[in-house]
Design a protein around this ligand. Structure first.
Ligand code: PGA
Length: 255
């Protein structure tokens, strides 16, 4: 059985001091003995505070992006080695906001995935269609292209190190969650593409998270779907109680 992963993407929210407060309150709720795996991705400047307050807990810390180059003259960029050295185990790649506002494409995501794996980070590769694309009926084509593009030249062994996140762009930050059936349909399709790209066993063992207006009130129905193996949570991960509640929901379903 795939262990559920409950992940928070804070985006550009929470300063280092706000992060410290969040993490103290989060820790006080009890972080040991959960059945789900937990990941939080704060802004770069908040990583040290998070790593320090959550030290000794099983919570993973991740970056929200990284540069595909090893090091050098790339003003403003953060490398995979820097994330790993700061205490990160994961990194989000290809989030739709990176694609939309920073013009990232599949080739870029692919280079980043390779570099992340080389440096021992677990890439969480984000894919998903826009509202226009869904209305045009090209959802499957879009997620297939994004997925195969991100995985280009990766060995099965390396693909096994990834987490995939399906995040329909029209559901992100809009309050419009995909219905569990809509999400399941695409998750199943993604797993089929993974099986085609690798093999059945690999595809069955990979985790595919859902993201897009996931919140305490819809977590259970989403996580009950067969091919939804966790959540990538934006807005609702900014509040300790909401995020924790979603972890508890995951625990219940993972047992
Ligand atoms: P949301 O964001 O939960 O606020 O919709 C999800 C994401 O972008 O990862």
């Amino acid at each position: 059985m795939r262990q559920l992963l409950i992940a928070g993407n804070w985006k550009m929210n929470h300063t280092a001091s706000e992060t410290e407060t969040f993490c103290r309150n989060f820790r006080a709720l009890g972080l040991e003995d959960h059945k789900v795996e937990i990941l939080l991705c704060p802004p770069f400047t908040s990583i040290p505070a998070m790593v320090s307050v959550l030290d000794g807990t099983p919570v993973h810390v991740g970056g929200q992006d990284m540069c595909y180059v090893e090091s050098g003259a790339f003003t403003g960029a953060i490398s995979a080695a820097m994330l790993a050295d700061a205490g990160c185990s994961h990194v989000l790649l290809g989030h739709s906001e990176r694609r939309q506002f920073f013009h990232e494409d599949d080739a870029n995501v692919n280079l980043k995935a390779k570099k992340a794996i080389e440096k021992g980070l677990t890439p969480v590769v984000c894919i998903g269609e826009t509202r226009e694309q869904r209305e045009k009926g090209v959802t499957e084509k879009v997620v297939r292209t994004q997925l195969l593009g991100a995985l280009e030249d990766l060995s099965t062994e390396d693909i096994l190190k990834l987490v995939i996140a399906y995040e329909p762009v029209w559901a992100i930050g809009t309050g419009l969650t995909a219905t569990p059936e809509q999400a399941q349909e695409v998750h199943r399709y993604i797993r089929d593409v993974l099986a085609e790209r690798t093999d059945d066993e690999t595809a069955e063992s990979l985790r595919i998270l859902y993201g897009g207006s996931a919140k305490p009130s819809n977590a259970e129905e989403l996580l009950s779907e067969k091919d939804i193996d966790g959540l990538l949570i934006g807005g609702a991960s900014l509040k300790v109680d909401d995020f924790y509640q979603m972890i508890v929901t995951g625990d219940k379903l993972n047992s």
